[in-house]
Ligand binder design. Structure first.
Ligand code: ADP
Length: 265
């Protein structure tokens, strides 16, 4: 009995990777590495899109809170990216897996030549059973960390761009919440989880409140934008909670988890 092998992009946000103090959430990172390694052992190809560099870097630099100055944010991103990759390398290494770092800027996917190179790099890594770990190159570009009109918005959009570039079958966005609700559960106790969304229209956007947790920066709005882009290119998107990584096993087993945004074609 063959299990269907899929190419899966998994996005994990700052609020999942760090704790309230801005320190790395080691148990979550370890469980994430275990789950991703298992998915790969089942024959799936997995690409991880990971945030959290600025929060982790700021903590390591002993900055008082999240930096607001651009130069400090970019310095923190450089420190934190290094720390995150060190931890990923260590945890994935424990499960016999090799990881690779890919740092991207918006320009890299807008220019045809660069886009093709990037796509070839992903293919070569996946062919060699390596797990690419992608983040925006925050120390070089600041579209993500400064601009109001964020292109990648805490990597939600970046994960959709990567899913489209790599022609993924599925994009899983892990958040600090179980999925997409009919109103922001932070403010409304009676908010209900929506398990399936077929059409991402203005009415759906109106259900998403502003940016979420203090450490996360995207909120549901950027997740909807990412889902809109990926589903329009034929990719199913699931938004679910990153704290219980058992959900990843349920998803590949075809069980209902979180909110499914269905692919358009
Ligand atoms: P992450 O770092 O995981 O990307 P964010 O904090 O950026 O997390 O986004 C998730 C947050 O979005 C939730 O914690 C929640 O407070 C907020 N949110 C706003 N509107 C909604 C909604 N309709 N359904 C679910 N969450 C919502």
């Amino acid at each position: 009995m063959g299990i269907k092998k899929r190419r899966i992009v998994i996005k994990v946000g700052t609020s999942t990777l760090t704790n309230e103090l801005g320190k790395s959430n080691l148990r979550t990172m370890d469980r994430l590495a275990l789950a991703v390694a298992d998915l790969q052992n089942m024959g799936n190809e997995v690409i991880l899109v990971s945030s959290g560099a600025i929060a982790v870097g700021a903590n390591k630099m002993k900055l008082p809170g999240r930096p607001t100055q651009m130069r400090l944010k970019q310095a923190a991103a450089a420190v934190g990216q290094c720390e995150n990759m060190f931890l990923y390398d260590k945890f994935f290494g424990d499960y016999g897996k090799t990881v690779a770092q890919i740092l991207l800027n918006a320009e890299d996917i807008m220019e045809e030549g660069k886009k093709e190179n990037l796509s070839n790099t992903f293919e070569a890594l996946l062919e060699n059973d390596i797990i690419p770990i992608v983040n925006e190159n925050d120390s070089v570009s600041y579209t993500e960390i400064e601009s109001e009109d964020k292109l990648f918005g805490d990597n939600d959009m970046l994960s959709a761009v990567v899913a489209v570039l790599c022609r993924a079958d599925l994009l899983i966005i892990l958040s600090d919440i179980d999925g997409f609700y009919d109103k922001d559960p932070r403010f409304y106790k009676d908010a209900q989880l929506i398990s399936r969304v077929e059409e991402i229209n203005d009415q759906v956007y109106r259900l998403a409140g502003g940016a979420g947790s203090r450490r996360g920066t995207g909120g549901m709005r950027t997740k909807l934008q990412a889902a809109e882009m990926a589903t329009s290119q034929g990719i199913n998107v699931i938004v679910t909670n990153g704290s219980s990584l058992s959900g990843l096993y349920d998803i590949v087993a075809g069980k209902k988890v979180g909110t499914l945004f269905t692919a358009k074609k």
